[in-house]
Each structure stands twice: as structure tokens, then as C-alpha cells.
Design a protein around this ligand. Structure first.
Ligand code: GAL
Length: 930
């Protein structure tokens, strides 16, 4: 083994390119999966032999086994959410958006280079909804009980190298629910394969979070090393901080000895002078580069980001970022988006965060579970603060592991300002709840003491023992009536809203019709426990002791169509709909939250041709001081702006143009209009960006509209639009934000809903311009060309054709007389035949004959199959289900290929080997079914 290690070190040096990259690989494992929707029950285990075998490692049965035939399964690329592919069904759970979830299976085969042997190998799943069981090569390697936590699976000891194939099998149980919102189904986040040196930095093993002491900045860095090798190693650890230009600002190094299969923790403390701060306007990120050297050779390198910022909550004056008093203008959100469910590409997450920033949002609550890493990286980069929330309120070991994982994974993100340990738990007002949170808080602090812990409470606040006494910042869910009393009774407690509003709007609707599940978009409808957007904010804005708001919600999401049920399938709470199209609430928040630029917007549209002369309620959202309203150029009203309530007018409808003009200090600062349009004339497509990156991942939403002859959009249009796509891209989903729609989401057509629909396209890996054509009967079609930019394709684990490998064999005793190949083994005889593998020659010292035996099953009836034996040595007879199917008459090593017609059944395969005594013979290579 020592030799192996030296060889590995030598190869590492050879592969070391001297370009700052360490011999370390993180490969995407998203491509090349096979998927089966539905369960594949495990075969019943019966009888002594089967029971005995079933209890042994590497012997998983059915679809979990290494040699299961998955050829007929669907080929897919992750991330994948199968629930969003299906239809809406009244009999399914309203909370999951009336989508069937169920059970599904995934399999992926891959090979590892012979030169990978000796490295540390890890498989990572970033998120599987919801319960998952994972096997590698027929060995159960993990069970996961949370749809929002990552799995880091060390497969170093179990992996196969060279010609041999590794098989991952994943059974996903998405019937299990963890939430009361749409959770999707399947492997919906990324999957990775990591290859590292035996001495390496553990996954999530760098904790580097800057801390300010009076006027100096320190960067304490804690590094956890692991040694999967066979000798104790001396590690040299070097950490440096680099700015965005790559300039090194500080560095430090230390040494540590890491024992065999041991962990080692080292601590460094760097000083950084005058760093550029991480702010909301300029979210400056530094890189922390950790290098591990062994005998002067770099064996591992990890780069993490960090941001220099301080956060502080104050019982009287709320929240401070870098000692600047900032009101939190936050939103709560779930993670699903139109068309794609919870398998949301990074570029769509970026689009969503961009829309939120446009709305004036500065904080995001990940309700009610940890988000993806990509999401947090984007918040770091875009300057959005985050409340990172734990899913399960439970202090037993499995659940505490989930909490620990969250903090360890996320604690370097400057965007995170709060850890939330729960949302609305019935135990919140009890001694037990208090004790649980006390323990969870302590656990969080043992991993990160730079951020406060909160819990989102919707009651129990005044109980003699309650959770508010165990957190650092008390989170209020819908406790408007108690803000003042609680503050008065607990003047030293730090307070924030963790959830407020819960108002209902449907985009583009201006008349509530409860019989049709429609809520107007004037901010007049709300849940009984909630408040309108305007009232909720007013209550928070006027109380300096409250750190801020977290509006329920920024975007609509599937499920929870409160206050309705079927046919409504998604929520009404969002300031934006499921596609990210703004509702009136979006503009209300813009007017309330955005200070540095003029905001003005009018609701509703001006297409009320059936209501000529009738009064229309008009709402203007503006951050000006005063407003004027003009109808067809004539001033019809003027008002002082109410910064919380906004301004409403009653305007008799006349066709034409309704304008709103905003003034500050008597000067016009903003102007907007709505205009009556004519009949639809043409379709229009508006891309979110002018290009896509040809990396196979980049995706973008395209807005679909219809316009009249004069190019004015028709806000009432509901046309069904058809899409055709050519070139290097595909449509990955469609939507229109109608919570009552049951149209399918993975198709090439969508109706407009109140004038808008969205089609999401994703780039392939080559650069043929995409052409997307949108058409509908009677209107002029639109053709959009989107160029693709050459882009780096993330390195990935090579996709191989599915192989059935017959690896597991038993060998009989050696004999001098020819044994009977059709002999049965007694049911209870576990010891006279010994387990062996293919690619393992036998030394025939005790006789010239031996039988090798295995079994396999095929779950299809494919004719023209082949049994292939590589490098078989010795004379041999091949018996399939007690029939002689082939004879090899020579001794030398050859590859034998035996055709047979496959059937959906179990097979017994016996190979009789004959050789000279004291020769080595047998299965010299892999045995496969092709
Ligand atoms: C809260 C809950 C949210 C959502 C919301 C709807 O009680 O925390 O998840 O259900 O109500 O108003």
C-alpha cells in the first residue's frame, strides 16, 4: 500500500500542471442516468440460501443489485423532478399541488481509471426528494431522510477500477412528505464525483468567516483534514486570502500529522487590513485558498469565498449591516418555478433573485428548509441577505445531523445573517420546546458563533417558558397584534418579523370572484391570520425595534392554494406569480422599499371596453411625494402620496391612455401609462438575455405576449401559443402563472394568462443558434434567434452504455474426476462452495476440475444477447440452466462470446473448468451480458 501511495504521489507530480490547480477533481455526475417511474419491488427472499445471501454485503437484490438490467429505463440528465412532468389530479394532495409523487428508481454506471486507485473517492447528492436509499455495487451505502440535505458518500473502500463497472442505484420515496408545499420528486439537485488525494480537506472542511475586533479584521480559519491512506502523513497547510484581482492579502501556514483513517483539525488566524466590505450594493467577495502539501507536493486545494461584513441585531433599533441601520425588506420563498418544478437551473435561480432585487428585496428566508449551494453562492454575489432554515424540529441524532450539516455547509456565506431552527412549531410555548431550541442553538454555536439563531414563532410568545427565551433573535410569524406588547414585556430581546402578509392576488385580475377562485390584485384580499402587503409593512416600518419583514411570499409556488382548493393548484400569496411576472404587490413593495430611484406604476390595465363610462378602481404605486393622474392628456386627479397605503382613484373608463405622473418637491420625477389596445395582431417573444452559454445547463425564461397592430401589448389575451425550437437548445418547461390552470408544463405549448406566458429554454453543448418560433391561430408568428456562446462545459463522469456484469461467483471444491455441472447444492450448505469474483484466476493445486457458478436475472425478453467471458483460461464447458451451451477445447486465454436468446427470468450459469494440475485457470477477466 505504501508503494501505491508513492506511485500515486509520483503520478500526481506528473499531472501537476503548475497552473494553480491541484490534482483534485470534482466531476459532475448529472449525465447518463437511467430512470424508472414507479417502484420495483424487491424479490421475496425465501429459503435458507436466499436468506443467507440476502444478509451479506454486496448482495442487494432487484433494481438495487449491480447486475440489474436497466436497459429499457428512460435516459435522463439530472437535476430531475418527475412530479412536475405529470398531470394534475384531484385525488392527489392539495399541499403538493395535486401532483402525483410516488416512488422512482435511478441507476448510473461509471468507470474509474486504474490510476484513481488509492485516491479518496466521494459521491455527492445535493438533494433528493424525499427519502432515498442508495446502493453502490449492490452494497447499501446510505439512507437519507430529508429532501433538503446533501449526502456525502465516501466510496473509497467500495469502488472498482479499470475495466470493472461501478453501479449506483437510488430508490426514491417521494410519497413521504416533509412539508405542506410542493416538494417535487426525485434527484432534483446536482450530483458529483470527487477524486482527491488520500490526504485531503474534508468536504465542507474549511470554515473561514471573518470577524471584526474593534478596528481590526481577523480571519480565523479552521480546516478539517482526512487521511484515507495507509500511512500517517505530515500535512503542510497553507491558507491565503485573495482579492478579486487574485492579489494575496494575507497568508499563513502550519503543519499537522494526520493518522491513518483519522481526521485532523488545524486552526489558523489571519489578519486582513482594510478589506473591502461586503455590502448590499457592493457584495465584495474574497477567496480563501487552502492548500495542503505532503512532502512539498500540493495534494489538495480548496477555494471558498468569504465576505467581510458585520451584522448586529439590537433590541431597540433593529438590524445593522456594517454598523449601518438597515431595515430587512425580506421575502419568504419556496424553491419551485414554473415549468421546471424544483429542478431549477442556476440561471433561473439567478433570474428569480434578480426579480426580487428589482422589487427592492434585500433578504430571503429559505422557508422552510436549506437551499442549494448554488442559491447561496448567488446571494453572496448579488448582495441578498439570507435566513437559512433548518427543516425538521427534532433533537434526536438523525435530525441534529441535519442541522449540523446545514451549518457546516453554509457557514462561510456572508449572505447568511440568521440561522432559523424552526417554523411555527406547536411546542414553541412549552418547556420542552424551549429545551429543544436551547440544545439546537448550542449545537449551531459550536459550529458557528458569528450569527444569531432565530425561530419563526406564531404563538406561545407569552407562555412562562417559551422558545423566545432560547433564541438570539425572536422571529414573529403573523404577530402584528403583539409587536408592542412583546417588546414592552421583553425590552432586551431582539425582534424581527420572520413571516408576515399572506395576502392573495392573481396577476392581472381586478375583481375577486370566489366562485371562480380569483382574487383581485388590489391588495384587498388576505388570509385571516395575515395582513395586506401595505398594512403589514406599515406596522414593521414604524417600529424601529423590529429588524424587518419577511413577506409571505416573493413568488407563488405550487401547492397551498389557500383559501381555495381544487381546481386551484398553486398559491395566491406571491408578489410575483410562478413565472416571476409581477403582480400589483410587486410594485407596492417597489414603491415602499426602493429609495434611490423613482418608482411609479398603475394598476389595472386600461382595456375595459365592456365598461365604457363605468368607474374603474385605479391604484398608483409610487415613491414620489405627490401624483397627478391624466386621462387622454387631461388631468383628472391629484393626490399626496401615501407611502404605506399608496393612492387609489376612481376613474370612469374611456378608451385611450391613462397616465400617472410623480412629483418630488414640485418637480416631475416619474411618469407611466396604461393604454387601451386593439385586437391581438401578432405574437411577441422577449428573451431575458440576448444569448445563452453553450454549456448544456444555461437556461432562460422567455416572455410570451401578443400585441396589437400598433405594438401595444394586449393584457387580456388568453391565446394558446405553440412553440417550435431548432438549433442547440430545448424547451424545458412552460407556464403562465395562472394558479387555476391544469395545463401540462413539459410541453411545447401554453395559453397566455392575462396576456403573458413563459417558455424556458436550455442550451445544449454546441453553438448552433437557437431558433424559437411562437405561433397561434390567426396571428402573426414570431421567430426569435438566440445565439449560443462557446462556454466551458463542466467536466463530468463519462457516460457508458449499460452493462450487466456477472461479478459474484461461487467455486466448488477441486477434483480429479469430472464433476456434474448440473448438480444442485443443498439449500443449507453455505460452506462447501466458496465465493469468488470474475477476473480472479484459481490455482488448481488440489485437482484439475472445478465448477464456477453464478445466477442472474433478465427483466426483458431481448433476443440476440451474448454472454461474454474475457480472458478465460482452461478448457471449459458452459451450462446455462442445466443445458450445455458452449465448449472451449483449448487451454489458452481467450475471450468467449456465446449468443443466447434472453428471457425475463432467473438464470443459473455454471462454467466447468478443466486444466492441468498446478496450473492457474478460470475467469481471467470480466463476465458480462451484452
Ligand atoms: C404560515 C406558514 C407558511 C405558509 C403560510 C401561509 O403559517 O409558515 O408555510 O403556510 O402560513 O399563510
Amino acid at each position: 500500500m505504501k508503494k501505491n501511495l508513492l506511485l500515486w504521489l509520483f503520478l500526481s507530480i506528473l499531472s501537476w500542471k503548475g497552473n494553480g490547480q491541484a490534482p483534485y477533481e470534482k466531476l459532475s455526475l448529472d449525465k447518463g442516468w437511467r430512470f424508472f417511474k414507479g417502484d420495483i419491488p424487491f424479490p421475496t427472499v425465501k429459503g435458507h440460501r436466499e436468506s443467507y445471501n440476502n444478509a451479506k454485503a454486496a448482495n442487494a437484490l432487484g433494481a438495487a443489485s449491480a447486475n440489474f438490467n436497466d436497459k429499457t429505463w428512460q435516459s435522463i440528465t439530472l437535476p430531475h423532478d418527475w412530479a412536475v412532468e405529470g398531470e394534475f389530479d384531484k385525488n392527489e394532495n392539495v399541499s403538493q399541488g395535486y401532483r402525483k409523487r410516488g416512488i422512482g428508481w435511478y441507476r448510473r454506471q461509471f468507470k474509474l481509471d486504474a490510476t484513481d486507485k488509492g485516491k479518496y473517492i466521494e459521491i455527492q447528492f445535493d438533494g433528493i426528494a424525499t427519502h432515498a436509499t442508495i446502493w453502490l455495487n449492490g452494497i447499501l451505502i446510505h439512507r437519507n431522510f430529508c429532501g433538503y440535505t446533501s449526502m456525502y458518500l465516501d466510496i473509497t473502500a467500495l469502488a472498482k477500477y479499470g475495466d470493472e463497472v461501478n453501479t449506483l442505484a437510488v430508490r426514491v420515496d417521494a410519497d413521504t412528505q416533509e412539508g405542506w408545499w410542493y416538494e417535487g420528486a426525485g434527484i432534483y439537485r446536482h450530483t458529483w464525483l470527487l477524486k482527491r488525494s488520500p490526504l485531503h480537506v474534508a468536504t465542507d472542511g474549511v470554515y473561514a468567516q471573518p470577524v471584526k475586533y474593534e478596528n481590526t479584521w481577523k480571519l480565523p480559519v479552521e480546516i478539517t483534514l482526512e487521511n484515507s491512506g495507509a500511512s500517517t502523513t505530515n500535512a503542510n497547510i497553507e491558507v491565503s486570502v485573495l482579492d478579486t484581482q487574485g492579489k494575496r492579502l494575507a497568508s499563513q501556514s502550519t503543519q499537522n500529522e494526520v493518522g491513518i483513517l483519522k481526521k485532523g483539525v488545524v486552526n489558523l488566524n489571519l489578519s486582513v487590513d482594510n478589506p473591502t466590505l461586503w455590502t448590499l450594493e457592493n457584495p465584495y467577495l474574497y477567496q480563501v485558498k487552502t492548500i495542503v502539501k505532503q512532502a512539498n507536493v500540493i495534494v489538495d486545494s480548496v477555494v471558498t469565498n468569504c465576505g467581510f461584513r458585520t451584522i448586529r441585531f439590537d433590541a431597540d433599533s433593529g438590524f445593522f449591516l456594517n454598523e449601518k441601520n438597515i431595515k430587512i425588506q425580506g421575502v419568504c420563498n419556496h424553491q419551485d418555478h414554473a415549468g421546471v418544478g424544483v429542478a431549477v437551473p442556476e440561471s433561473i435561480i439567478e433570474f428569480r433573485l434578480r426579480k426580487l432585487k428589482e422589487m427592492g428585496v434585500n433578504a430571503y428566508r429559505c422557508s422552510h428548509h436549506p437551499p442549494s449551494v448554488e442559491f447561496l453562492d448567488l446571494c453572496d454575489k448579488m448582495g441578498i441577505m439570507v435566513m437559512d432554515e433548518n427543516r425538521n424540529f427534532n433533537i434526536s441524532s438523525e435530525y441534529m445531523n441535519q442541522l449540523r450539516w446545514m451549518v457546516r455547509r453554509d457557514r462561510n456565506h456572508p449572505s447568511i445573517i440568521l440561522w432559523s431552527v424552526f417554523n411555527e412549531e406547536p411546542m414553541q410555548g412549552s418547556e420542552q420546546g424551549y429545551e429543544m431550541v436551547r440544545r439546537m442553538n448550542a449545537e449551531v454555536k459550536s459550529l458557528d458563533n458569528t450569527r444569531p439563531v432565530t425561530a419563526a414563532m406564531n404563538g406561545g410568545l407569552f407562555a412562562s417558558k417559551n422558545v423566545s427565551q432560547a433564541v438570539d433573535v425572536v422571529g414573529f410569524n403573523y404577530q402584528m397584534q403583539s409587536y408592542d406588547r412583546f417588546h414592552k414585556e421583553n425590552p432586551t430581546m431582539k425582534l424581527t418579523s420572520s413571516e408576515d402578509v399572506s395576502a392573495f392576488q392573481v396577476r392581472g385580475e381586478y375583481k375577486t370572484d370566489k366562485a371562480k377562485n380569483i382574487m383581485d390584485a388590489y391588495d384587498s384580499e388576505r388570509a385571516i391570520w395575515g395582513a395586506t402587503h401595505r398594512n403589514a409593512w406599515k406596522a414593521i416600518a414604524e417600529r424601529p425595534f423590529l429588524a424587518g419583514a419577511f413577506v409571505w411570499t416573493g413568488f407563488d409556488y405550487r401547492g397551498e392554494p389557500t383559501p381555495f382548493t381544487w381546481p386551484s393548484a398553486s398559491s395566491f400569496f406571491g408578489a410575483m406569480d410562478l413565472c416571476g411576472f409581477p403582480k400589483t404587490a410587486f410594485y407596492i413593495h417597489q414603491a415602499q422599499w426602493i429609495k434611490d430611484k423613482p418608482i411609479i406604476n398603475i394598476a389595472p390595465h386600461w382595456n375595459w371596453v365592456d365598461s365604457l363610462g363605468k368607474s374603474i378602481k385605479v391604484m398608483v404605486m409610487s415613491n414620489a411625494d405627490s401624483l397627478k393622474l391624466l386621462l387622454n392628456g387631461k388631468m383628472i386627479a391629484g393626490q399626496k402620496v401615501d407611502k404605506y397605503d399608496m393612492n387609489t382613484f376612481s376613474v370612469p373608463f374611456q378608451k385611450g391612455k391613462l397616465e400617472a405622473v410623480g412629483y418630488k418637491n414640485g418637480k416631475e420625477v416619474s411618469r407611466t401609462k396604461v393604454e387601451t389596445s386593439d385586437e391581438p395582431f401578432a405574437v411577441q417573444l422577449i428573451p431575458d438575455r440576448l444569448f445563452l452559454n453553450a454549456d448544456g445547463q444555461d437556461a432562460m425564461p422567455i416572455t410570451v405576449k401578443v400585441i396589437d397592430k400598433k405594438g401595444r401589448e394586449v393584457p387580456t389575451a388568453q391565446n394558446l401559443i405553440q412553440f417550435k425550437i431548432k438549433g442547440s437548445g430545448k424547451i424545458i418547461g412552460v407556464g403562465n402563472g395562472n394558479p387555476n390552470s391544469h395545463e401540462l408544463e413539459k410541453v411545447n405549448q401554453r395559453s397566455l394568462f392575462n396576456g403573458l406566458a413563459q417558455v424556458i429554454i436550455q442550451a445544449d453543448e454546441d453553438t448552433n443558434t437557437i431558433e424559437l418560433v411562437a405561433s397561434t391561430e390567426g396571428l402573426k408568428p414570431f421567430s426569435l434567434r438566440i445565439p449560443l456562446r462557446k462556454a466551458t462545459i463542466m467536466p463530468y463522469v463519462k457516460v457508458i452504455n449499460p452493462v450487466i456484469e456477472l461479478n459474484e461467483w461461487h467455486i466448488s471444491a477441486f477434483s480429479d474426476n469430472k464433476p456434474n455441472p448440473t448438480q444442485e447444492i443443498a439449500e443449507n450448505d453455505m460452506n462447501s462452495w466458496l465465493p469468488t469474483k470474475s477476473s480472479q484466476l484459481q490455482a488448481f493445486t488440489e485437482g484439475k476440475y472445478a465448477l464456477l457458478r453464478t445466477s442472474f436475472s433478465l427483466n426483458d425478453n431481448l433476443k440476440n444477447r451474448k454472454l461474454v467471458f474475457k480472458n478465460l483460461i482452461g478448457k471449459a464447458e458452459f451450462w446455462l440452466d442445466n443445458q450445455l451451451i458452449f465448449k472451449k477445447d483449448t487451454h489458452e486465454s481467450t475471450t468467449i462470446s456465446i449468443p443466447f436468446n434472453g428471457q425475463n427470468k432467473n438464470y443459473k450459469l455454471v462454467v466447468l473448468i478443466e486444466t492441468e494440475k498446478n496450473q492457474r485457470a478460470g475467469l481471467g477477466g470480466l463476465v458480462t451480458i451484452e
